[in-house]
Design a protein around this ligand. Sequence first.
Ligand code: ADP
Ligand code: ZN
Length: 599
Amino acid sequence: MNTGTEPRALHLLNTVFGFAAFRGAQEEIVGHVASGGDALVLMPTGGGKSLCYQLPALLRPGAALVISPLIALMQDQVAALKQLGVRAAFLNSTLNSKQVQETERALQSGELDLLYVAPERLMMPRMLELLAEPKIALFAIDEAHCVSQWGHDFRPEYLALSVLHERFPAVPRIALTATADPQTRDEIIRRLALEDARIFISSFDRPNIRYTIVDKEDARTQLLRFIREEHAGEAGIVYCLSRKKVDETAAWLAAQGVRALPYHAGMEAAERAANQERFQREDGVVMVATIAFGMGIDKPDVRFVAHLDLPKSIEGYYQETGRAGRDGLPADAWMAYGLGDVVQLRRMMEQSEGGEEFRRISFAKLDALLGLCETAGCRRVRLLDYFSEASAPCGNCDTCLAPPQTWDASEAARKALSCIYRTGQRFGAVHLMDVLRGKATERVSQWNHHQLNVFGAGADLDEATWRTVFRQLVALGYARPDHDAHGGLRLTETSRAVLKGEQQVEMRRAVPRRGKSPKARSGAAIPAGVDADLLARLKAWRSEQARTQSVPPYVVFHDSTLAGIAAAHPRNLDGLSVITGIGAKKLERYGPALLELLR
Ligand code: ADP
Ligand code: ZN
């Protein structure tokens, strides 16, 4: 590192950003890039990647070019930097030619610290001509996994970014991503010619996210209870598999008094954009969405992500739940999961267009996810282990907080498998449960199933228990749904050993429905010792500020900063200035009004 970089970096961190200390590897990355090195940074969402290029941009002469595919976000990012007194601008297709000219002029005359550009614009010959080497501080390639042709965020324009290195060999490059898997990492290195870059890999743990996976009963009601009890009035995302379910769920939640909006690819573009805008800019909106909603969501105060349907893989689950709690405050990842989910996903995978190999991989990924759902051990340990990261039980997931009981379900499993066999391997769990519990339904008499010896053989167990038995039989591979019929269950190669009593089966017990969860946090984002009234007033003040400047509220101050103010109750500017998130510029701009409000 250049001598003198370290104290300067810390000074800027304190005065410009208002942060007391670097987080994790930030300091090392900043030093490396500021002194001209290339870097590949792998850090989870909310890890603090932006600072890794924003600080070097201020430390090095010239403007930093930040390449980002997320045009919709550039405006907010630039607005946030301007609030800090940083000279930032963006160039993308939303600007008119006059605005473009003005920004280009500012760039050329050295009036910018950071310039955000869309990749296709950077690659225009005209733009490349404008860039003279001595005036470029660095290139930051954000969302670098977009260069991966196998990922779902692939952007062909990213492939052309390898010329940066040839054209500007002396300018340092820093590529950043929150994608954890090794294949993507290797592809980024190869395609962006980053073989000589230093690689910084952070832990992918998100300690502030609490993972909870509940047995699905009446999923909508369960969701509503979860929102009301733990996240009333807070922003969240609810993921559903189909567009139809998105629309229905959003309408239903809205009818129950939740500020819910739908989002999916089948909606009209204008309506979709309007809903996204409201989610970003208003406090406490719940977005009900398909996975089309996600990339480009930069909202730091999403307090929960709920899944009403099972994602296809652990990668998907991690990425989707990762949108909660970017600001580091407590957040929830909540999922309701049942046999129907497994049946539906397996059927989709069976019927997919992909080849045999693709199907094999899809099933393996689903199995890994089912393992996470059914584990009696710590969810986080399981999740991180999937990304090859070792960890200890976390104390902040449902299985750590209320360890599930397991029971010897061998006999129940035998009865269930036998019932599948005797009824001809064509019925779904609902009918099978009726037979086992001895219910004389129309269907039972239609098929004469009351005459089988399994009829009523399972009357000793209640319906909730049987539901978990069938679900776990499928998750554990002792039975599998038939993809042609409507989820009819069939035996597998491994069923035999259970039927013959040669194989013991351990299962998780159905979790009895609790009232409030034992460690429910009241209003998760309000830390202990914070005056809730004052916090509400601060939020109202922030909304007003945001409205008059037309920026999202979190651009003015993050929730954590407001909570810091409410807790410390400072009486003067000095007291305000030590609170995280209040740098020199914001102190000057908002300090007097805040002190007035605190008085
Ligand atoms: P990422 O891009 O990795 O998802 P961000 O750069 O948006 O994450 O940072 C996540 C949050 O952490 C932001 O609210 C940011 O202001 C905050 N943050 C980053 N670095 C620090 C730090 N050193 N101290 C305090 N807060 C930080
Ligand atoms: Zn745990």
